[in-house]
Design a protein around this ligand. Structure first.
Ligand code: AMP
Length: 280
């Protein structure tokens, strides 16, 4: 496994692989790897002849007052996990490498970036799309894997790839969860043991909502009320948003008509977590 810190070296490696007729699968991450990330790497290993991982905590996708400075980092641990998953190359650029002095170009995707997280974190998705577009140019992958935990991010990137005719196949991957259902996230590390205990209600409330729909209930408001009541009952959780929407457009659904996406963002103490469930 080889580690690159500059765009030039990363690009040159990819070019050589392509000249040798090999395909590249790519998993972009902010590091502090967990089983969710590793599931993407394992799938990437099956898809491409070569597997590239990037570790980059991207400052432009964090708003003022968010957790950029304290985002968990563990490069050594990440390299060990990556090696076990058969990663061929790891790209670890510095902030100055990705955003040198004078940097002034951004990539903005339209409507699909605006609801849900886009409403609450206004610069988040333009930070994501700009960095992912740069990474796609540097790594030139045939396949790029993204988790459905960040469902809106996946949809925004799919839109960008389509709109800009990028020659990469976006591969969506299912949410990997802890034993009690909590979606794995690098941010789970912030939770105290009481908060961690409370956080299990996030997924159980989504599952209960899905069960209601499976039983034939189509009253969106009743379903949403059930989820918010369950979340707020713990007193430790504050809802940031709770949305029932069309999974393709992310437009709000007032009358429930599967397929639908039920997506939630909430604060457990000071930690903001997101999760979602597809209702088909
Ligand atoms: P992050 O490091 O949080 O930016 O995530 C990097 C990639 O891993 C993104 O495509 C995420 O959607 C994906 N990912 C994060 N957590 C999970 C999870 N629990 N299950 C599946 N994919 C995940």
């Amino acid at each position: 496994m080889i580690v690159f810190e500059t765009c030039e070296k990363m690009s040159a490696w990819s070019r050589e692989r392509h000249e040798g007729g090999e395909t590249i699968a790519f998993v972009p991450t902010m590091g502090f790897l967990h089983e969710g990330h590793l599931s993407l790497l394992r799938k990437g290993k099956e898809l491409g002849a070569r597997l590239v991982l990037s570790l980059f905590v991207n400052p432009t996708q964090f708003g003022p007052g968010e957790d950029f400075d304290r985002y968990p980092r563990d490069i050594q641990g990440d390299l060990e996990k990556a090696e076990k998953c058969g990663v061929d190359a790891v790209f670890i650029p510095t902030v100055e490498t990705m955003y040198p002095e004078g940097f002034q170009t951004i990539c903005v995707v339209g409507e699909i970036s605006k609801p849900l997280c886009g409403k609450i974190r206004p610069v988040h998705f333009q930070g994501v799309t700009t960095v992912v577009l740069k990474l796609f140019h540097i790594v030139s992958p045939e396949f790029a894997l993204f988790g459905q935990k960040d469902f809106q991010q996946l949809k925004v990137i799919e839109r960008m790839v389509k709109d800009l005719n990028l020659p990469v196949e976006i591969v969506p991957m299912p949410i990997v969860r802890e034993g009690d259902g909590l979606a794995m996230s690098s941010r789970n590390k912030y939770l105290s043991s009481n908060e961690r205990e409370a956080a299990r209600v996030i997924f159980s409330s989504l599952q209960n909502a899905k069960r209601l729909v499976d039983q034939g209930n189509r009253d969106s408001q009743r379903i949403l009320n059930g989820v918010s009541a369950a979340l707020e009952e713990t007193q430790k959780i504050k809802i940031d948003y709770l949305h029932l929407c069309d999974p393709d457009t992310l437009e709000e659904m007032t009358v429930l008509k599967p397929p639908a996406l039920l997506a939630v963002a909430c604060f457990v103490g000071k930690t903001r977590l997101i999760d979602n469930i597809l209702i088909v």
